[in-house]
Design a protein around this ligand. Structure first.
Ligand SMILES: Cc1cc2nc3c(=O)[nH]c(=O)nc-3n(C[C@H](O)[C@H](O)[C@H](O)COP(=O)(O)OP(=O)(O)OC[C@H]3O[C@@H](n4cnc5c(N)ncnc54)[C@H](O)[C@@H]3O)c2cc1C
Length: 446
């Protein structure tokens, strides 16, 4: 039996960051135990969601993966592993709705929409602001109510409800507004009015600019971290078949048994609980309440330039389109497609039941209608992909269920972290940060 101080399950950014920072801590603090880890990844290749597919010279991430950093420690981490191999990109995103292209975010850039829509949205935003100023606001129970209070009925019905229904795959009455505090720009009335008369503010939101590898897709970043890790401490094509929480052992699919003191898992929570024991029966029932979307998306390689003009991604809220976002990797970073060609992704609405063939027809029609596709022969790559765990759904059970599961794991010595280990709506930086924090805590505890 192999005995390690830390067993890391999952080689996405959470696990990679933990491994990197454990080794760094071991080297800088002399805490040798910290460096005694094993990373186990079920797939043949490390990187998780930050892997890049390369097909005929076209580069495809798992849809847009743009890196935005707020923690100084993470900026340093990226600089340490990437040197100057990252570039900064200024966001250029748009919204296609009501037959018009408008700037992002919708609520702050109404100008360009049909005048009746602009009028309706501004009028309702004024009424919502007046109601708020008078203190006439009832408690908010769901995402629709949140939007009504925050933006008024016009913006809510014209954008927030249709777009979020496609993204989350359920009516906005079923989700809370708790996911959006960091991710949803919330302009005040003055900003809404300014945007309605055409004073464009393109800087709103957390991702007005981002960084990205100059070459090779987002996987270049994952590979840079991997290059710093000793290969002997990484095991791919292996996953736990059974984890005994009392004995602190994991039986792996390659037949080996690993004894651990600490376990960091970024395995999706439902999958982790399938192999854990002992687990109280009540918790096994609780876990069934976790909800998430499964994401269907498509990669496109198109033999021409100017697809989406120079837009990097386009939000498409209206229900009659089966997709909610189309992005161009190569408009953001030219090296992601061969010279003279374009690489794109299309994210299919979670509530869309159309067949793949029908979605492909709709995508081609949409591109043709905008003059972004001349003939079908230009399409060199058109492939459908699935992400089993896509977006965690923040329904009313979410906080209680998640807290119970994580508390149980914590007391058993299991840190379940990352996007699906922690069951959150989070970014690449969040994953790196959690790995970093885990490593810090491990050294403090040693
Ligand atoms: C569609 C989409 C778009 C996104 N866009 C952005 C963006 O633009 N910017 C941004 O910052 N973030 C973005 N994110 C979020 C970002 O991808 C994640 O937060 C981050 O990559 C999560 O890293 P992780 O290590 O927690 O999870 P993952 O990357 O999912 O890694 C988990 C790893 O565990 C492995 N694993 C699973 N089960 C087992 C098992 N039983 N045993 C062993 N290994 C196992 C998996 O194979 C995987 O390698 C996006 C996410 C999605 C889904």
């Amino acid at each position: 039996m192999l005995a390690v101080d830390t067993l890391i399950l999952g080689g996405g950014l959470t696990g990679l960051s933990a491994a990197y920072h454990l080794d760094k801590q071991a080297a800088t603090t002399g805490t040798l135990r910290a460096g005694n880890w094993l990373l186990v990844e079920k797939d043949a290749r490390l990187g998780g969601l930050t892997r890049t597919e390369v097909i005929d010279g076209y580069h495809f991430d798992h849809t847009g993966h743009w890196l935005h950093l707020r923690y100084p420690e993470m900026k340093q981490f990226v600089a340490d592993v990437m040197g100057d191999a990252m570039q900064q990109v200024v966001r250029k995103s748009r919204i296609w709705s009501h037959g018009a292209l408008t700037h992002f975010p919708f609520q702050q850039n109404l100008h360009g929409l049909p005048l009746a829509v602009v009028h309706e949205c501004v009028q309702a935003a004024i009424e919502a602001a007046l109601a708020g100023a008078k203190g006439e606001l009832p408690p908010v129970n769901d995402f629709r109510q949140f939007c009504l209070q925050q933006f008024g009925k016009g913006i809510t019905e014209r954008f927030m409800v249709p777009y979020n229904t496609k993204l989350w795959g359920c009516p906005p009455e079923e989700i809370t507004a708790d996911w959006c505090s960091r991710f949803l720009p919330k302009p005040n009335l003055a900003q809404i009015v300014a945007g309605a008369i055409g004073l464009v503010d393109d800087q709103a939101g957390y991702n007005a600019s981002f960084i990205y590898p100059r070459q090779g897709g987002i996987e270049t970043f994952a590979k840079a971290i991997i290059s710093k890790l000793p290969a002997a401490k990484v095991r791919c094509n292996a996953r736990p078949l059974a984890i005994d929480l009392e004995q602190k052992t994991a039986t792996l699919s390659d037949g080996s048994v690993v004894q651990w003191q600490r376990l960091l898992s970024s395995v999706p929570l439902p999958d982790l609980f399938e192999v854990l024991s002992p687990v109280p029966e009540g918790l096994r029932q609780t876990i069934k309440l976790l909800r998430c979307t499964s994401l269907r998306y498509m990669n496109y390689g198109i033999a021409r330039t100017g697809v989406l003009d120079d837009i990097q991604w386009l939000y498409i809220p209206e229900a009659h389109y089966p997709f909610y976002r189309i992005g161009s990797f190569s408009n953001a970073v030219a090296s992601l497609a061969p010279v003279g060609k374009s690489s794109l992704y299309v994210e299919v609405a979670a509530n869309c039941t159309d067949s793949d063939a029908d979605v492909k027809l709709a995508v081609r029609q949409f591109l043709r209608d905008h003059g972004w596709l001349d003939t079908d022969a230009q399409i060199e790559v058109e492939q459908v992909r699935h992400i089993r765990y896509g977006y965690v759904v923040f329904d009313r059970n979410y906080f209680g269920v998640r807290a119970d599961l994580l508390a149980f794991l914590d007391q058993a010595g299991v840190a379940s972290r990352g996007r699906y280990g922690g069951w959150v709506y989070s970014s690449m930086e969040d994953a790196m940060w959690e790995g970093y924090r885990f490593a810090q805590a491990a050294v403090t505890a040693s």
